[in-house]
Write a protein that binds this ligand. Structure first.
Ligand code: ATP
Ligand code: MG
Length: 383
């Protein structure tokens, strides 16, 4: 699978542009403010239906314009995943801060099919939100990874979020009317328990696989034996040991165990939820804790350790994908070469030659050693 071309219309500083890519390394270079990150962002939006810079779609539309779109052609050959072969087109249209998505020129009813076409991993060195940001950043990473690892996860999440919205509406109504509707609440709780415990188990399984690969990634590509440790922190009150056992147990046993604990947590939270008018237990409140040598990375890690951890997590995510499907997601790197010393740059280049499609930005055209098997396309922007 690789992205063949992208067509942009009123997307940020691009009024009308088309770019063709090679299946190997694609380098966008040029002066500051020439549009390198914007082009990378358009690929990210096509892949993920969201930007890595903003939650507001309006910002992506060129100033003074009303609408924008990005369209991409994906060559979906040689895939071991359950997506059809051949050329697929992805398109994202933006109008008045809302986006529409099209798969093969047809409006997409479920994002699930769309998001499986062009999986990607993005590394933006400045962005430490995975370490230092709000739990929502880590949950997004977790959900995206778990979904690619186990695609039925998508419907679990959609079902869970739908019921969660309904329960929260009920809780607010109870507060407003000062009247309880325990029976209806029980119905929502039961559904949340069913979907929520499955979500939790899949997340813990995914994290366990990721942790296994992190050790390799650090040793092989980052040249250090110090590894970041991931711990799932759940609002349903399961201790680390119990979660470790969940990760190692058989699926059915794990579901049953987590579901029982979940049910008890719901009961414990009932009064507080009624008072607060919000659901306070469940996967929507969970988080991952990152530690190095037993200490939380967000509080004690150096800038370099935090960056390395983010890069390691992305690389481990890529490897897990490869292990499962024998193909790589596309890799998006913004301004990475300027952040690394020469030795690390050489290592990075070695890494990129494993056969994945890469999009990277650089202010100066980087001098990669030429290589016969490797296709390289240089696109100069701002000229
Ligand atoms: P650097 O090397 O500094 O990272 P860059 O090439 O990555 O630069 P971009 O971030 O892609 O630069 O931005 C290029 C230009 O696009 C900037 O001058 C910015 O002001 C402009 N820009 C951003 N959003 C919009 C928009 N919605 N409409 C028009 N232009 C925009
Ligand atoms: Mg940039």
């Amino acid at each position: 699978m690789y992205l063949q071309s992208v067509e942009l219309h009123n997307f940020r500083n691009f009024s009308e542009r088309q770019f063709d890519f090679c299946p190997g390394i694609n380098v966008f270079f040029g002066l500051n403010a020439s549009g390198k990150t914007n082009l990378l962002e358009s690929i990210h939006v096509l892949s993920n239906l969201r930007s890595f810079r903003t939650r507001s779609f309006r910002e992506l539309v060129q100033w003074e314009q009303k609408e924008a779109y990005a369209r991409g052609s994906v060559h979906a050959g040689n895939t071991n995943r359950q997506v059809d072969l051949g050329i697929k087109t992805l398109a994202v249209g933006i109008k008045s801060n809302t986006r529409t998505s099209l798969l093969n020129s047809k409006p997409c009813k479920s994002s699930k099919d769309y998001l499986q076409v062009l999986p990607s991993a993005t590394f933006v060195p400045d962005d430490l939100s995975l370490v230092k940001g709000a739990p929502a950043h880590r949950r997004y990473f977790l959900d995206k990874g778990t979904f690619h690892f186990y695609p039925p996860y998508w419907s679990l999440l959609t079902d869970y979020n739908r019921v969660l919205r309904q329960k929260n509406i009920l809780l607010r109504k109870e507060q407003h009317q000062k009247k309880r509707h325990d029976e209806t609440c029980d119905i929502w709780n039961l559904q949340l328990q069913t979907f929520g415990s499955k979500i939790l188990v899949q997340r813990v399984f995914f994290l366990r696989q990721l942790q296994r690969l992190l050790v390799d990634v650090y040793a092989k590509w980052l040249g250090t034996s110090e590894t970041v440790q991931l711990a799932y922190k759940t609002s349903i009150g399961l201790a680390e040991d119990a979660l470790r056992q969940v990760g190692e147990s058989k699926l059915h046993d794990a579901h049953q165990y987590v579901s029982d604990e979940y049910g008890e947590a719901i009961e414990r939270a009932r009064e507080r939820e009624y008072r607060l008018g919000a659901t306070i237990v469940g996967p929507h409140r969970d988080d991952i804790e990152l530690t190095v040598a037993g200490r939380p990375l967000r509080a004690y890690g150096s800038q370099g350790q935090q960056r390395t951890a983010v890069l390691a997590l992305k690389l481990a995510e890529i490897h897990l994908f490869y292990e499962q499907y024998h193909e790589f997601p596309i890799l998006l790197l913004d301004d990475v070469t300027s952040e690394l010393d020469i030795q690390r740059n050489m290592k990075l280049f070695e890494y990129l030659q494993q056969g994945m499609q890469v999009f990277m930005t650089a202010t100066n055209r980087p001098d990669f050693p030429t290589h016969q098997q490797l296709s390289c396309t240089y696109i100069e922007l701002g000229v």
